[in-house]
Write a protein of this length. Structure first.
Length: 205
C-alpha cells in the first residue's frame, strides 16, 4: 500500500536530515508533483534545492531555491545568497496550486473546528490556521486509519498521538519534533506491547 502524503513528507525530511540526498530528491519531487499547499511546496523546493546543492547540481539547486522563494519560503532567500551569492526578487508562481477542497480558513484566520479534504483524499479535522491543519486535530487516511494528535505542525504529528488502525489495533504514544518516539500498541485481540515509534509513525515494538 502506498504511503500517504503525510508519511512521505516525514520520510523526505528524515532522508534530508540523515544526508540521504538522492532519496530526499526523489521523495520531495513526488511531494511537489502531488501537494497543493504553497507553504509545503516552498519547503519541498527549498530542501530539494539543498539536496541538489549538496550533490553538486548547481543549476537545479538555484532553480529550486527561486521556486521556494516564489512560494514565500524565506529561508530559501538565505540559502540562495549564502551558497550562490544570488539575490532574487520573488515572482508569482506561473502555475499556482489549486486550493484544497472542503472548508478552509481565509489567509490570516483561525478556525478551531474546521475540515480540509487533502489532494490525496485524506481528511483533516481540527484547528486550521491560514488554511493549514495546525494544532490539535485528527487526520483520517484513505485506508481508514485515524491519526489523532495534540499538535500538528508543518505536516508533522508532535506530542501525544493516538492512531486508530482500520484493523482495530490502537497505538498511543508521544512523538518529539526530531527523532523517534515511544508508546504502546494495543492489538485488537487485547495484547499490549510497548516500544518505539519511528519518524513515519510506524510502531517498532
Amino acid at each position: 500500500m502506498e504511503d500517504s502524503l503525510y508519511i512521505r513528507k516525514v520520510k523526505a525530511r528524515a532522508a534530508y536530515n540523515r544526508g540521504k540526498d538522492k532519496e530526499a530528491i526523489e521523495l520531495f519531487t513526488g511531494i511537489i508533483n502531488e501537494d497543493n499547499d504553497p507553504e509545503d511546496l516552498g519547503e519541498a523546493h527549498n530542501l530539494r534545492g539543498m539536496s541538489y546543492h549538496l550533490t553538486g547540481n548547481k543549476d537545479k539547486a538555484i532553480a529550486d531555491f527561486k521556486k521556494a522563494i516564489d512560494y514565500g519560503y524565506h529561508k530559501a532567500i538565505e540559502n540562495l545568497k549564502e551558497h550562490y551569492n544570488i539575490t532574487y526578487t520573488p515572482q508569482k508562481p506561473s502555475s499556482s496550486p489549486p486550493p484544497s477542497s472542503g472548508s478552509s480558513s481565509p489567509s490570516g484566520s483561525t478556525t478551531p473546528n474546521g475540515r480540509l479534504t487533502l489532494i490525496n483524499g485524506s481528511i483533516y479535522e481540527g484547528n486550521i490556521v491560514d488554511g493549514r491543519g495546525t494544532g490539535k486535530g485528527r487526520l483520517i487516511l484513505k485506508n481508514g486509519d485515524i491519526i489523532e494528535c495534540d499538535t500538528f505542525e508543518n505536516g508533522r504529528a508532535i506530542g501525544k498521538i493516538k492512531i486508530k488502525y482500520a484493523n482495530g489495533d490502537i497505538l498511543e504514544g508521544t512523538m518529539p519534533f526530531f527523532g523517534a518516539g515511544s508508546g504502546k500498541m494495543t492489538y485488537k485481540n487485547g495484547r499490549v506491547k510497548e516500544g518505539s515509534i519511528d519518524f513515519a509513525l510506524k510502531f517498532l515494538g
